[in-house]
Design a protein around this ligand. Structure first.
Ligand SMILES: [Zn+2]
Length: 296
């Protein structure tokens, strides 16, 4: 719908303004999730308050990004700095939404992907802070896959019924096989590598941990179920490459050798969702290109 040439400029301005509004507001909620979920605090009960003096934050100071900018990053009552992370998470979520609607289109699938990206932002920050992943967020990602799986089943049982459904629902629909292969194509190898690595790591370091943690494994399985196998393979490729480069840099700076893999997998999954299908199709076309066929 967004890429329809008959849409005019005011429509686009309105659309992007509304998308930005939702991006910022949900981003604001993500801050609450990132801060409270690892501590098992309620996400809704207590209103936001200053981390230093505990003074409740006025609604106008709580406006995403703008509130922080107007306060110049300091608490109104005690003057202590408020973490830059709040406006960063809010703007990041907003940018991610706008990118998703620009690269993909306005459809049910893209809206579900936006929720997926928000979940990835939470996973990345929580894993960075605590080196742990919250099972509830991983379950949320798996649940996001259900609408498209239902549509894929409808498509399998009756192509005609599927074609009569509104484009908003069917746009970007993946075959059922892609969802199912996506569930195992990276999740299963990650699980096996983790299992095999336990005794090896124990022998070398005398400690029991997996080379690839279970959280990362479940993330790739749940994400794979949602975005299909092509996007997941590309996501894992990007995630591992970015992690290798950043891991080397962090190690050079004198960090620990054990580090959170989640943030890099999250970036990989974001890129894979947006560009994975096209990139993998282009790659397959390139490796299977037969010049003698092309000439004939
Ligand atoms: Zn304060």
């Amino acid at each position: 719908m967004l890429h329809n040439e008959f849409m005019d400029l005011p429509f686009y301005i309105m659309f992007y303004l509304i998308a930005s509004f939702y991006g910022l507001c949900i981003g604001s909620f993500l801050n609450v999730v990132i801060f409270r979920l690892p501590k098992d605090e309620s996400l809704v009960k207590r209103s936001s308050h200053c981390m230093t003096c505990g003074t409740p934050i006025l609604w106008r100071d709580n406006i995403p990004v703008l509130g922080w900018l107007m306060l110049k990053g300091r608490c109104r009552s005690c003057g202590e700095p408020i973490s830059k992370r709040y406006p960063i998470v809010e703007s990041l979520n907003c940018i991610v939404y706008l990118t998703a609607f620009t690269v993909l289109d306005f459809s049910l699938q893209t809206i579900l992907y936006c929720f997926f990206f928000s979940a990835l932002i939470c996973i990345a920050f929580i894993d960075w802070d605590t080196q742990e992943m919250d099972l509830r967020i991983l379950l949320f990602i798996a649940l996001l896959a259900i609408p498209d799986i239902v549509l894929s089943v409808i498509r399998l049982s009756s192509e005609e019924t599927f074609r009569n459904l509104p484009e908003f629902l069917t746009d970007g629909n993946l075959p059922l096989s892609s969802h199912l292969i996506g569930l195992v194509c990276i999740g299963l190898p990650f699980f096996l590598i983790g299992e095999i690595s336990i005794p090896i790591i124990e022998k070398i370091f005398g400690e029991r941990f997996r080379a690839i943690e279970l959280g990362d494994t479940i993330l790739m399985a749940a994400g794979g179920l949602l975005i299909g196998w092509k996007a997941t393979v590309v996501a894992a490729f990007f995630g591992i490459c970015i992690a290798a480069v950043c891991g080397a840099i962090l190690k050079k700076r004198g960090g620990e050798s054990k580090f959170a893999f989640g943030p890099y997998l999250a970036i990989g999954l974001f890129l894979g969702t947006l560009f994975g299908e096209q990139l993998l199709d282009a790659y397959i076309a390139w490796v299977t290109f037969d010049p003698t066929q092309a000439l004939a």
